[in-house]
Structure formats: structure tokens, C-alpha cells
Design a protein around this ligand. Structure first.
Ligand code: NAD
Ligand code: GLY
Length: 364
């Protein structure tokens, strides 16, 4: 039996949009109603997701656009770069796409971030729709308008804030997701508890087995509540001048793990999961939370199949990568810390204390 659909709105005045969450959304004509009119639509996907879902999306869009093209990118974080982005521009220009052309990002966060950036740049901006097919993309990356590609020196360093017209989270697509990717997505679901809503963390704790087993109603609640919290945060601070930074809980340590090991060695969500454990320890060292909170949160991360011990990179290498983080100001590393469970702050910490946390939380 399918769960009923939900709609979460994100408020950006005239750029406001809806996030649709439910089953069987890909094929339902109502999902695609009232999008900007255009002669052509381009589905941007990759060589893993395309063969599974692009034909269905193409069929759903065919009544709305004279032409529906599909651009298939190589799969993987290592392709989140200029040459791959250029494949989108090559296809758009090659097919004579005009400035009303609508792009549809069909895939995980890599496809979503790249398609959004292409939409922001092509003819100085064309509309785009996010159709996220990973848990991570449904609960985080497709919402809020951050778009980017990587640079060898740092992750997501070249990009733009550019909001989609709509986000369509078809929960059925999660059934084909590899288990490791499910766990990675759960990291981004779990982050919303300590930073904003401990009742949600309690709910995750009680329903983790159902989430891991991809129970449709558990997934529906997890995606909806995550999107509600993200919409609430991002609606107040689109360009991360303040509160939006709390969404990066665990990301300062996590980005250092990703960069230190080489992008793609650990999944983004795995690095964030472990990074949240390290940030929780730093919060405790600074006297903000107690050991019971850190232990409970660490156990939950482990139960989701995520690493809780960081790779052995050495404190100096961690600190080096963390200084390149976008939150760093004049070389000072900023951390998202839990000041009490359910509430986060952004602040610096002495290098020596950070190094202690790294040494305690990483492989010896
Ligand atoms: P991903 O896009 O690489 O997808 C993970 C893997 O799952 C890929 O191999 C993909 O092809 C495959 N896949 C996708 N959907 C599938 C499905 N339904 N069935 C089977 N396989 C499927 O990774 P991700 O975790 O979705 O996203 C990570 C990216 O998102 C990173 O680049 C990260 O920087 C970015 N991100 C962006 C934001 C933002 O706010 N824009 C937030 C968080 C993360
Ligand atoms: N994923 C963090 C943000 O959207 O701000």
C-alpha cells in the first residue's frame, strides 16, 4: 500500500517552491503540473540512475514539452568537475536550448549540485527541477539551492546559490539504493536532531530498523521532517550569513576526511557521520554537552552502519584541510558545535583541543 503524499513549502518570497514527498510520484501527471512552460526539457542524470528511471521521467514530461532530451553524465563524486559540467553545456548548446529550457536533475547530490550549477549559468539562468533519488539528496542536497562542483583544492568550491522550481522526492526510488548509500543518507537525517529537534532524534532512535529496512511510512516521515527543518533554517538565511551554517554539523571534520583520503574513498555521508561524532566530542571538551549525549549519539551513528572512528591522517593534516573549509575566517577554523542537545552554535576552538579530539577519535 502506498503512503499518502506530503508537501513542504520553502519560503523565498517570489522564489518559493514546494518539496513533494511520496510514492509513485515520478509517473503521476499532477507531480509535474504548473512548471514553467518551455519548448524543451533536459533530463540530466548519470549512467547508473539513467537506465533505471530516465525513461519513466521522459514519458511523464513528454505531454508537457515538445522535446525532452536526456544528458547522461559519468557517475561519481570524482566527476563533479568542469569537464563533466561542460557535457551539460555541450548538450544544451548542441540542441539549441533557449533561455526558457527547463532542466530536470535526476539522481543523487552529485547530479543535483551539477545540474543546479549548470542551470544557474546557462544563458545566465534557466529554471530547473530537482528529482533526488538518494536519501541524502531527498533530505538535504536537493533543498535550499546550494549548487557546485569540486576543485582539486577543495570540495564544492565553485558554485552558486540558485533555487529550483520544485523538488520531487519519489520514495520508491530509494528501494534500488545500495545499503551503504542508505546509511550515508541517514547521517544527514540524524544531523537534524542535535542541531534542531531532539524529539526527531528520539523518533529516529525508535525507528532506525524500519528506516534501514526502507519501510515506506518511516521513510516518508524521515524525509518530510528533515525537509521541514531544512526549509525552516534555509528560509531564514538563504546565503549562509548566519543560522544556515548549523546545517554543516559534522562537515568541518567530515570534509577533512574526504579531502585527506581523496574524494570518493569515504562517501560524503560516512564522513559527515564520523565528523558529527568528532564534533560532539569537541562540544563535550568545551563543556557544552555531557558524555551521555556523546555516547548516545555515537551509538546511533554506529547502528546506522556508519563509521564512528576517523581515518588516521594525523592532526596536522586534519587541521590543514579544515582551514580550507568555507566557514573558515582569516584562517580560523569554525566548527558547528552542540551547545545543548537540539541547539547548535558556530565557533572556533583552540588547535590543541581540536588535535586532542582528532587523536582520541581516529585510528591509532
Ligand atoms: P551521489 O549523487 O554520488 O549518489 C550516490 C550513488 O548512488 C551514485 O553512485 C548514484 O549513481 C547512485 N544512485 C543514486 N540514486 C540511486 C537509486 N535510486 N538507485 C540506485 N543507485 C542510485 O551521492 P549523494 O550521497 O546523493 O550526494 C553527495 C553529494 O551531494 C556530494 O557531492 C555533496 O557535496 C553533495 N551535497 C550537497 C548539498 C547541498 O546542499 N547542495 C548537501 C549535502 C551534500
Ligand atoms: N547542506 C548544507 C546546506 O544546505 O546548507
Amino acid at each position: 500500500m502506498s503512503t499518502s503524499s506530503a508537501r513542504v513549502s520553502i519560503d523565498f518570497a517570489e522564489r518559493s517552491y514546494d518539496i513533494l514527498i511520496g510514492q509513485q510520484l515520478l509517473d503521476a501527471p499532477s507531480t509535474w503540473a504548473d512548471l514553467p512552460k518551455a519548448a524543451a526539457a533536459f533530463i540530466v542524470t548519470n549512467d547508473t540512475v539513467g537506465p533505471m528511471y530516465a525513461q519513466r521521467l521522459q514519458a511523464a514530461l513528454a505531454p508537457l514539452y515538445k522535446q525532452v532530451h536526456t544528458v547522461v553524465l559519468p557517475d561519481g563524486e570524482s566527476h563533479k568537475d568542469w569537464p563533466t559540467l561542460n557535457l551539460i553545456f555541450d548538450a544544451l548548446l548542441g540542441q539549441g536550448a533557449d533561455r526558457k529550457t527547463v532542466l530536470f536533475a535526476l539522481g543523487g547530490g552529485v547530479v543535483g549540485d551539477m545540474t543546479g550549477f549548470a542551470a544557474a549559468c546557462y544563458m545566465r539562468g534557466v529554471p530547473f527541477v530537482q528529482v533526488p533519488t538518494t536519501l541524502l539528496a531527498q533530505v538535504d542536497s536537493s533543498v535550499g539551492g546550494k549548487t557546485a562542483i569540486n576543485h582539486p583544492i577543495g570540495k564544492n568550491m565553485i558554485g552558486a546559490f540558485y533555487q529550483p522550481q520544485r523538488v520531487v522526492c519519489d520514495l520508491d526510488t530509494l528501494q534500488t539504493l545500495p545499503q551503504r548509500e542508505m546509511s550515508a543518507g541517514l547521517a544527514e537525517v540524524m544531523k537534524y536532531g542535535p542541531i534542531a529537534d531532539m524529539q526527531f532524534l528520539d523518533w529516529i532512535d525508535a525507528n532506525l530498523d524500519a528506516l534501514m529496512a526502507r519501510d515506506a511510512s518511516a521513510l516518508a516521515h524521515a524525509v518530510k521532517r528533515s525537509c521541514e527543518i531544512k526549509a525552516w533554517v534555509v528560509g531564514q538565511d538563504e546565503r549562509e550569513g548566519g543560522i544556515r551554517a548549523i546545517l554543516n554539523f559534522g562537515h568541518t571534520f567530515g570534509h577533512a576526511i574526504e579531502a585527506g583520503l581523496g574524494f570518493g574513498e569515504w562517501l560524503h555521508g560516512e564522513a559527515v557521520g564520523c565528523g558529527m561524532v568528532m564534533a560532539a566530542h569537541l562540544s563535550q571538551r568545551l563543556g557544552l554537552v555531557d558524555e551521555a549525549f556523546v555516547t548516545r549519539f555515537t551509538n546511533l551513528i554506529a547502528r546506522a552502519g556508519l563509521p564512528t572512528v576517523g581515518p588516521k591522517l594525523g592532526a596536522d593534516e586534519y587541521l590543514h584541510h579544515m582551514r580550507v573549509d568555507k566557514k573558515a575566517e582569516a584562517g580560523e577554523i569554525k566548527f558547528v558545535l552542540i551547545d545543548q542537545p537540539g541547539s547548535a552554535i558556530v565557533r572556533g576552538a583552540p588547535d590543541a583541543l581540536v588535535a586532542q579530539v582528532i587523536n582520541d577519535c581516529c585510528e591509532p
